[in-house]
Design a protein around this ligand. Sequence first.
Ligand code: GUN
Ligand code: FE
Length: 487
Amino acid sequence: MIPVATVYHGAVINPRTLTSYDALPNCLLAVSPAGEIEWIVEDVVDSMVQEIMFQKGCPDAEIISLKHGEFIIPGFIDTHTHAPQVPNLGIGGQYQLLDWLESCTFPMESKFANVDFARRTYRSVVRRIIDCGTTTCCYYGTLHLDATKALADIVHEYGQRAFVGKCNMIRYCPDYYVESSAEQSLAATEALITYIRSLPPSNMSDTTTTKSTSDPLIQPIITPRFAISCTSDLLNSLGKLAASDSTLRIQTHISENPKEVALTKQLFPNSKTYAGVYDDHGLLRENTILAHAVHLEVAEMELIAKRKAGVSHCPTSNFHLSSGIASVGEYLDRGIKVGLGTDVSGGFSPSILTVVQHASIASKVKGFNPTLNPPKSVHAVSFTDQQLSVATLLYLATLGGAHLCCLDHQVGSFAAGKSFDALIVNVRDDSGNPTLWSGLTENPDLPNRRKDVLEGMLERFLFCGDDRNISRVYVQGRFIGGKEFKK
Ligand code: GUN
Ligand code: FE
């Protein structure tokens, strides 16, 4: 039997489906030394805790008891962000995509040619993203191999779960920030894959002898920046690389801005659509993460659904760069996988909580102009032109993101055998966030451990919470960040 390292006792929020989650006010959740969930018992009466631990064969395991106003929730999954753009947070909102790349983004990213600068910057970037509650992150680095290796090293050291890719970009970029050829771009990508796969296993407790069977925490990801920055030859060689290993994830941008879509069609006249460009080069498959997808044609939605690829919904960025509003409800109705992305620094916040808030607003604005003939939903409810519920927003931020990254067997919700990637959230008045008033410190007699009270706490956290409410961040059972983490 695998020894239980820690048992968490308190309220747990567990996403189930696109439209449902469990609010469990009184749980015991046991985590093994390898960071895997061993068992969960719901509806535990306090006086039964010791007996249950005894029955489970771990009477002496450490117990971490949550206070009223604290709960455990799966860690957030940021399915699209750019680590080297964090220093640009908040600037550039006067531009649209192509001008923004030229004026703000490429000048900043080019600085990462200096590996010392990259290392210093990425240390604060990764720390900040972890403290925002992101336990799995899909990172774009720059085009630089060494700086992106440094990003992987830091993610590895800090113990976050991540996909790390270096951008492939050989055209439509400035002379000072462009790769020299398709061959060089491919070789650097292969070198990064080899490097990341040779990192030692991270995040295992020193005292642990039990080996986890789960995937490594950091994995490489093929990252053609977008079709425009690649030639057909380069996309073909990346498609061949992908074909050589079906586990390699692919991330790219799609259909974010009308001028970008027009230029893509001009550059790839042999492909029927923007999504078709990726498909024609072997880059559209089950583990492809397509960021934005604001202006998709129906044929593209059908193709993406057929290939089982998915969309990273980035509403903060889509508002900030005036890109538009993605038809997320329609994608869900068509059975397309959807997760959330901060898209820093198109998006001006590194926190998935901000993205949750904007995803809610985006869905409401979309509903102001209802589609005349919504597609037939594959779900019990239609999402098209409907506001996204708390359950749906929670799902997109956690299990939906995991599904998009093909990691839902391992993270995104709590179940025996999954990894303990989790947050301890504190919505008490003593959190230091005055916006999230809960009355919990003033009135300690509020009904304790009631399902409806817990649901209210979750809703407040999603809409008014920030990093001050994230006390602890765990990845694979290891405490790696949050307000209580000693840096
Ligand atoms: N398309 C190509 N590169 C980028 C980028 O860095 N950010 C966004 N939002 N879109 C892109
Ligand atoms: Fe992006």
